[in-house]
Design a protein around this ligand. Structure first.
Ligand code: SF4
Length: 298
């Protein structure tokens, strides 16, 4: 199902944002509800209305920029919900806008199930998170937003994402502990992923680049902690870099055109269950970290 950009501006300036600068320069009017409705109707009639993941099965992702900054956001959510009954919808957000209780309540009323709110946390404390988000105070607002959403009966399911790169991967264990402590007893899933080398993430390569084998080592070291979540997923990690016990958490998180299976994958027994390598990562770093798995390795 497609990625649907709902707004092209953002109030965070995350160092690893995968959007290009050209995207933020598009006119705002492309994202108002009237245009969204025209595009969705075209898509439903089979036309090529969306450029990313257009025909991939799974959730419909309402993305940005920061979707909640669209002045039509709540009406847009209600529109997609009404027009796609029973389809899983996901909003990808920095979570800050939900620190406004009234806004969080209006969102929860519009975002009827099956609906997921995916919010990224970049570290276990304000200093770590805000350094990645590029905005002082972002951590406090994101946290308040999550707490408001969790406090609303019938609110959408929450996914908390931790996107790893050189600035924060060493703190993964502390971040997972913080999440567990802060949202004990709440229904949510945690997703840990390696960052994508696109947009600002590619431009900031010198600050962010870290081998997948290093972030996978941090994930492997956090295996016990991950086992303590009611649901955990790993995105963008080749199975051969993960401990056997963690491989079942790995999800093929990218469409076929965004990933590659280099030479070591040809002899690998796990290939059909594995995401392979992100295409930009392969271009920048090659496939030297991969090792074909034998037999029941997956
Ligand atoms: S070698 Fe196998 S496990 Fe490793 S990336 Fe390739 S397909 Fe995946």
């Amino acid at each position: 199902m497609p990625d649907i950009p709902v707004w092209n501006k953002c109030d965070n300036r995350c160092v690893m944002c995968a959007n290009t600068s050209a995207f933020a320069l598009n006119s705002r009017r492309h994202y108002f509800l009237k245009r969204q409705a025209v595009r969705l109707e075209r898509h439903l009639r089979g036309a090529a209305a969306y450029s990313k993941n257009a025909r991939v099965a799974g959730a419909w992702n309402l993305t940005g920029g920061e979707p909640t900054l669209n002045p039509d956001f709540l009406r847009t959510v209600a529109y997609f919900r009404r027009r796609l009954p029973g389809e899983p919808l996901t909003v990808l957000s920095n979570g800050r806008r939900f620190s406004d209780k009234a806004f969080a309540a209006a969102f929860a009323a519009a975002a009827r199930p099956p609906f997921t709110l995916a919010v990224s946390l970049h570290g276990p404390a304000a200093a770590a998170h805000d350094a990645v988000a590029g905005v002082k105070g972002a951590f406090a607002q994101t946290l308040a937003g999550l707490k408001n959403i969790f406090g609303l009966p019938g609110a959408p399911f929450v996914e908390i994402r931790v996107i790893l790169h050189k600035l924060n991967y060493r703190g993964l264990g502390a971040t997972l502990k913080f999440i567990k402590r802060s949202f004990r007893g709440r229904p949510y899933r945690v997703v840990v992923m390696h960052y994508e080398q696109e947009g600002r993430g590619a431009r900031n390569r010198a600050r962010l680049a870290v081998p997948l084998s290093s972030t996978a080592r941090a994930v492997n070291a956090a295996a016990r902690s991950l086992a303590g979540f009611s649901e955990a997923r790993l995105y963008h990690f080749p199975l051969c870099l993960l401990k056997p016990g963690l491989r079942r958490l790995a999800v093929i998180s990218l469409p076929p055109e965004d990933r590659v299976y280099p030479r070591p994958c040809r002899a690998c027994a796990a290939r059909t269950a594995c995401v392979g390598l992100m295409r930009p990562y392969f271009r920048a770093c090659g496939a030297g970290e991969l090792k074909a798995l034998a037999g029941s390795g997956a």
